[in-house]
Design a binder for this molecule. Structure first.
Ligand code: C2E
Ligand code: MG
Ligand code: MG
Ligand code: MG
Length: 290
C-alpha cells in the first residue's frame, strides 16, 4: 500500500469488531508492554505521534498541529486510534498512554524549536486523564524541563469526557488554563450539554465535529449547523476550528462563513514529525486571492 497514506487509509485492526473480551485484554496487555519503559527498546517505534497542520483560513498561516497517536502493533498492524482509545479508557493504561503522548509531544516541540520551527501542538486527552491533578504537574514539569512555553501546548477534550465527573474535571481544566495551556472543546455538536460546557469551561477554541464539516458542501442542515456553531462561538469570544476539511469547496465555504481555523486532508494528512518539517518547507498558503 501507499506508505505515505498508511496512517489514515489503512486500518488493519479494529478491536471493536472483536466481540470477544480475551482479544481486547490481550490488546491491552500488548499496549501495556509497548508503554513499559523497561521494554522501551523492544517496543521502539511501535507507538508514535503523527502531526496534522491547522491553518488560519483568512491568512493561510499554519497556526499549529494536532498530535495524533499511531500504534503499529507487531503482529496486528496499525490499530485504529479511536478503537484503541476506547479499549485503553477502560483501564489505568489510559493514564500511561497519555503520559507518554504528552512527554513525546513536548519533547518534539523542543526539537522543532531547536531546528528553528516554533509550533503549537494540540494533544487529545481522555476522561481518565482529568480525574486527578496528576496531568497538571506532569505538563508543568515537562514544559519547564524542555523549555517549551505553555502557550505552545493545547489540550483537546471531548464533551463525553466531561460527563463522567464534571466537578473534578472542571477543577483540572481550570488548573491547566491557569498554567497557560489552551483548551479546545473537541468534536463539538456530538456530545451532551454543549451549551453548559461552553459557558462553564475556560475554553479558547471549539472544534466543529468533522461529521458536520464533511457534509456542509452538500447538506443544508450540516451547513446551517456549522454556521450556527461559528456564530455562537463568536458571541462567546471563542475561535472555531473545522476538522475534516477534505476539499477546496468546503474550505471556501468555511472561509465565507467566518470560520477561523481549518484542518483536514485538503491541506495535509497527519504525518510523522520529520515529514512535517518538509511539508512546512513546501507549503504555500491558499489565500483569498488565489
Ligand atoms: P479527533 O481528535 O477528533 O481527531 C481528528 C480525526 O480526524 C483524526 O483521526 C484525523 O486523522 C482525522 N482527520 C483529519 N482530517 C481528516 C479529513 O479531512 N477527513 C477525515 N475523514 N478524517 C480526517 P484519527 O487520527 O484516526 O484519530 C481518531 C480519534 O482518536 C481522535 O479524534 C481522538 O479522539 C482519538 N485520538 C487520537 N490520538 C489520540 C491521543 O493521543 N490521545 C487520545 N486520548 N485520543 C486520541
Ligand atoms: Mg482532537
Ligand atoms: Mg475532533
Ligand atoms: Mg473524534
Amino acid at each position: 500500500y501507499d506508505a505515505k497514506h498508511r496512517n489514515d487509509t489503512v486500518v488493519v485492526y479494529k478491536p471493536e469488531s472483536d466481540h470477544n473480551t480475551p482479544e481486547r485484554l490481550s490488546l491491552l496487555g500488548d499496549l501495556r508492554r509497548a508503554l513499559d519503559p523497561d521494554l522501551a527498546t523492544m517496543a521502539a517505534g511501535e507507538i508514535t505521534m503523527y502531526y496534522q497542520p491547522q491553518i488560519e483560513i483568512q491568512t493561510g498561516e499554519v497556526v499549529g498541529v494536532e498530535a495524533l497517536l499511531r500504534w503499529r502493533h507487531p503482529t496486528r498492524g496499525m490499530v485504529d486510534p479511536e478503537e484503541l482509545i476506547k479499549v485503553a479508557e477502560q483501564s489505568a493504561v489510559m493514564r500511561l498512554l497519555t503520559r507518554r503522548v504528552v512527554d513525546d509531544v513536548v519533547e518534539q516541540l523542543a526539537k522543532w524549536q531547536a531546528a528553528g520551527v516554533t509550533l503549537r501542538a494540540a494533544v487529545n486527552v481522555s476522561i481518565r486523564d482529568l480525574h486527578t491533578l496528576e496531568i497538571v504537574d506532569q505538563i508543568r514539569e515537562r514544559l519547564a524541563r524542555f523549555g517549551v512555553s505553555p502557550d505552545q501546548l493545547q489540550l483537546e477534550i471531548t464533551e463525553g469526557a466531561l460527563m463522567a465527573d464534571p466537578r473534578r474535571v472542571l477543577a483540572t481544566i481550570s488548573e491547566l488554563a491557569k498554567l497557560g495551556v489552551a483548551i479546545a472543546l473537541d468534536d463539538f455538536g456530538t456530545g451532551y450539554s454543549s451549551m453548559q460546557h461552553l459557558r462553564r469551561l475556560p475554553l479558547t477554541e471549539v472544534k466543529v465535529d468533522r461529521s458536520f464539516v464533511l457534509g456542509m458542501a452538500t447538506d443544508a442542515d450540516d451547513h446551517a449547523i456549522v454556521r450556527t456553531v461559528i456564530d455562537l462561538a463568536g458571541a462567546l469570544g471563542l475561535r472555531v476550528v473545522a476538522e475534516g476539511v477534505e476539499d477546496e469547496r468546503t474550505w471556501r465555504l468555511l472561509r465565507s462563513v467566518g470560520c477561523h481555523v481549518a484542518q483536514g486532508w485538503f491541506y495535509a494528512r497527519p504525518m510523522p514529525a520529520d515529514e512535517l518539517v518538509e511539508w512546512l518547507g513546501r507549503y504555500r498558503p491558499l489565500t483569498p486571492n488565489n
